[in-house]
Design a protein around this ligand. Structure first.
Ligand SMILES: NC(=O)c1ccc[n+]([C@@H]2O[C@H](COP(=O)([O-])OP(=O)(O)OC[C@H]3O[C@@H](n4cnc5c(N)ncnc54)[C@H](OP(=O)(O)O)[C@@H]3O)[C@@H](O)[C@H]2O)c1
Length: 298
């Protein structure tokens, strides 16, 4: 298959492109810097600039683009960038795909489990659950709607609502590891909130499943089937590192360190991947223990 990938230099994109290429697929990376060879296509989604011709005849497009959510404090300007780098970028890509003479069969576009809100307690959330409020929830809703032009053109659109993707080099877990290695890690803000995680391998496999299996469309929760509380996640991580998990990180410290983003990570989202499972996808790492162990060993 020939597959175009936007946001290909990130945590998920790098792993996805490596997996597709290793299996002989033809990957076309959309890059914001100048292209270096024919496997790359320069685009500038901020100003709506791309040559659509190399996209003619692709089988699938994957959109993973967006400025880092946890990288900086959320100033007004950065919140605007978080939105525009996803919503504007997705709308531009969806419109470009819709305008092709030979469009792809499927467009897989990233979203997040924050679609369901900030704090839903112990409620089990599947793809039929109602959305809720909060900055990231509003962002996710508008992000998903931004792909509308592709569905209107008859392209099957899969909205992938990612949970916390586990990796020891990048993302949320990589930032926790140094503290844990020094024996200074512990539950966040009480630890009773659910964390819905997924291993990087399952993320890549699930994206490939949606690309390769005909008939997939709509929202898919990209999480492991057995979400756990932050306290349990912390306990397993400390155990696998052979370190104690003694020091709880209090709410005030989180709020000072992370600003408004602290509310989002201290909230509880117990999300299950019902549609993936019902479609026949099998997770390699369904439990916190298997997913964390995989992240630590890869
Ligand atoms: N990882 C998670 O735990 C998680 C959880 C929920 C949702 N998500 C979402 O899933 C997507 C992929 O996740 P990821 O972890 O791979 O993200 P990532 O590592 O932050 O990579 C995102 C990619 O987006 C592109 N990008 C960065 N700034 C941009 C901007 N201003 N405008 C347009 N594109 C920009 C970059 O690719 P190029 O430089 O190649 O363009 C970057 O590598 C992201 O949209 C993320 O928000 C991830």
């Amino acid at each position: 298959m020939r597959i175009a990938v936007a946001g290909s230099s990130g945590l998920v994109g790098t792993a996805l492109c490596a997996s597709l290429t290793a299996d002989g697929h033809d990957v076309l990376r959309l890059v914001r810097r100048p292209a270096t060879d024919s496997s790359e296509l320069h685009w500038d989604p901020a100003i709506g600039d791309v040559d659509p011709n190399p996209l003619e005849g692709i089988d699938a497009a994957v959109n993973l683009a967006g400025a880092g959510v946890g990288e900086r404090r959320w100033s007004k300007a950065y919140k605007q960038l978080l939105r525009s780098s996803r919503i504007h970028t997705t709308a531009f890509l969806a419109n470009t795909l819709a305008g092709l003479d030979d469009p792809p069969r499927v467009f897989v576009s990233a979203s997040g489990i924050n679609y369901y809100g900030t704090d839903r307690g112990n409620e089990v959330l599947d793809e039929n659950s109602e959305p809720d409020g909060g900055f990231l929830a509003g962002l996710c809703r508008d992000w998903e709607e931004a792909a509308q032009a592709a569905s209107a053109a008859g392209i099957a659109v899969c909205q992938t609502r990612f949970g916390i993707v586990l990796d020891r080099h990048q993302g949320a877990m990589s930032r926790m590891l140094p503290l844990f290695r020094w024996g200074l890690g512990g539950p966040l803000a009480g630890g009773r909130q659910y964390w819905s995680f997924i291993s990087l391998a399952d993320t890549v496999n699930a994206l490939r499943f949606l690309i390769e299996k005909e008939g997939c469309a709509g929202a898919y929760n990209m999480t492991a089937p057995e979400p756990v509380t932050n306290a349990e996640f912390t306990r397993v991580l400390a155990y696998l590192l052979s370190r104690p998990a003694l020091l709880p990180a209090p709410w005030l410290a989180l709020r000072i360190a992370l600003g408004e983003f602290a509310h989002e990570i201290a909230g509880s989202l117990r999300v299950v991947p019902t549609r993936l499972t019902e479609s026949g996808f099998t997770h390699q790492h369904p439990t916190a223990r298997s997913a964390i162990a995989h992240a630590l060993s890869s």
